[in-house]
Write a protein that binds this ligand. Structure first.
Ligand code: PEP
Ligand code: MG
Length: 569
């Protein structure tokens, strides 16, 4: 068995086809004079751009704008006169076109590979791709045609380069295995967009598999079973079949409203951690974004993203969602989310320490950069809402709003457009917030219940500690009562209330949420259709009955058993 990062969920079963790099050795190429080599280089660049343009167009139609931009980006890089100029200089000093191209590309690959920023490192993948394809063109080597691999192929490659992805058709590719890449790499995003199971980051994958070998790929756990025995194959085939049937059945819910059996409407939003995920959420039928975890923009870098970088990310999500609501949470650093360059000292109890809104209010310069970016990003579509994490008191909302006012004044003085009416809501994820929800509702434009933390703090059970995992349950009577009273407080104050913790997609909890009167549920993109289906099956009469019974039970296990016994799937 091989193990890597489960980057695109689902079971894939098929036959391995290895994509190995051909020899691109050009040591025997003879320099034919400056003019001739420059002409060969130019011809190859022109062909590269032409072919890549066609690929970009094809992928734009089949997959999406974002994925096609990766290829357009390559055309831009290679047509940059600075880059080609460097190659021509080398040719002028006696290098053949292949050598000139190779050394310039290698220089950039090295430069981009050695930075901490994941996006920058992605540039190295792009240039590697440019180098390989350009060398193939110059040397006249034909490339592997992924588009024509047989159905049921499990593709194994060192890296899934952007140009290779153009041939990926989900009808033919059962799964993808690579050595390079993580959850946020382009290949992961694309695999998820195409719903192809993928396990990335498998060390030396090409040395461990061979063409024609059978493989079972679990894109969730990151496990790959090679040459499975008959029993294992049977088991996974049954699992695969069930997944396919479910997918086909769920697709009818993509363009439907989120309504229960009596026609009561709810909003079904998606949680995201990046711009690319917004596109995936929209394609999965999200009616809005209920939680954009912005801390992911701050991670895997050596310095904080600038106001402009943040603005571009928030604006891109605002654009993608086409006027639908986008709730963006301000930096939720601390707890288990470390950002090395912010130099936060380690604490005895990080979950009870200097985190989230507490950190931002003290580090107000950093916070204001984010607030300004959010205000600006909301200027055009006015669909952005700001959400504050880990609120425990009214004073925190007031202080944040005060900073927001300062940002507005600064932007106005600079003549920069912003959304003057941007709404500020809060996450209810601490017992303090739950207990004073009535007071908070006077300051907050909306609530979103963060059950991941609310459960941890209410039950005093560390959400990341495997030792007490059995005690961590949102179905505990204390948590359920807390959720009910938060929703009641919001209803009384007439402000919308949603839920963005994982529990929002828990089939067992859904009837209670509907009965309590939750307005919006925000779940991961892959849970949207299933959640919409479950909501559609519950009638008001049934949810009332479930609430009646469930809220009388006094032990978490009894609640769980009862809710599981009545839950719909
Ligand atoms: C939560 O606590 O429920 C939540 C949605 O936030 P996070 O999981 O990012 O802490
Ligand atoms: Mg939280």
């Amino acid at each position: 068995m091989l193990k890597g990062v489960g980057a695109s969920s689902g079971i894939g079963i098929g036959t391995i086809v290895c994509i190995r790099e051909e020899s691109l050795d050009y040591s025997k190429v003879v320099f034919q004079g400056e003019a001739e080599e420059k002409a060969r280089l130019k011809e190859a660049v022109d062909t590269f751009c032409e072919v890549t343009q066609e690929m970009a167009e094809d992928i734009r139609q089949r997959v999406g704008e974002k994925e096609s931009e990766i290829l357009s980006g390559q055309i831009m890089m290679l047509s940059d006169p600075f880059m080609t100029g460097q190659m021509e200089e080398m040719i002028a000093s006696g290098s053949c076109a292949e050598a000139a191209l190779d050394s310039v590309c290698q220089m950039y690959i090295e430069m981009f590979s050695n930075v901490d920023d994941e996006l920058m490192r992605q540039r190295a993948t792009d240039i590697r791709d440019i180098r390989t394809r350009m060398l193939r063109l110059l040397l006249g080597i034909s490339s592997v045609d992924i588009a024509s691999v047989p159905a049921g192929t499990v593709l194994a490659a060192k890296d899934l380069t952007p140009s290779m992805t153009v041939g990926l058709k989900k009808e033919n590719i059962s799964a993808i295995l690579t050595e390079i890449g993580g959850k946020t790499s382009h290949s992961a995003i694309l695999a998820r967009a195409l719903e192809i199971p993928a396990v990335l980051g498998i060390p030396q994958v090409l040395d461990q598999v061979s063409d024609g070998q059978q493989a079972i790929v679990d894109g969730e756990s990151g496990e790959v079973i090679l040459s499975p025995d008959e029993d294992t194959l049977k088991r996974y085939t049954a699992q695969w079949k069930e997944q396919q049937e479910q997918k086909a059945m769920l697709s009818v819910y993509r363009d439907r409203k989120t309504q229960d059996a009596d026609g009561r409407n709810y909003e079904l939003y998606s949680n995201i951690g990046s711009v690319a995920e917004a596109q995936i959420a929209l394609e999965n039928g999200a009616e809005g974004i209920g939680l954009f975890r912005t801390e992911f923009l701050f991670m895997d870098r050596t310095a904080m993203p600038t106001e402009q970088e943040q603005y571009e990310a928030y604006k891109a999500v605002s654009d993608i969602m086409q006027g639908k609501e986008v709730i963006i949470r301000t930096l939720d650093v601390g707890g288990d989310k470390e950002i090395s360059y912010l130099k936060m000292e380690s604490e005895q109890n990080p979950f009870l320490g200097w985190r989230a809104i507490r950190y931002c209010l003290e580090e107000s310069d950093l916070f204001k950069v984010q607030l300004r970016a959010l205000l600006r990003a909301g200027a055009e579509h006015k669909n952005i809402k700001i959400m504050l994490p880990l609120v425990t008191g009214v004073q925190e909302i007031r202080a944040a709003k005060q900073l927001l006012e300062e940002c507005k004044q600064e932007l106005a003085a600079q003549g920069i457009a912003y959304d003057d009416n941007i709404q500020v809501g809060i996450m209810i994820e601490t017992p303090a917030a739950a207990l004073i929800a009535d007071l908070l509702a006077k300051e907050a434009a909306f609530f979103s219940i963060g059950t991941n933390d609310l459960t941890q703090y209410t039950l005093a059970v560390d959400r990341g500690n495997a030792k007490v995992e059995n005690l961590y349950t949102t179905l505990h009577p204390a948590v359920l009562r807390s959720i009910r009273s938060i929703i009641r407080a919001a209803k009384e104050a007439k402000i919308p209330v949603g839920m963005c913790g994982e529990a929002a997609a828990d089939p067992a909890l859904i009837p209670l949420l509907l009965e309590f009167g939750l307005d919006e549920m925000s779940v991961s993109a892959s849970s949207i259709l299933k959640t919409r289906k479950i909501v559609s099956q519950w009638s008001q009469k049934e949810t009332a009955e479930v609430e009646q019974k469930a809220m009388q039970l006094d032990e978490p296990q009894a609640v769980e058993e009862y809710l599981l016994s009545v839950c719909k799937r």
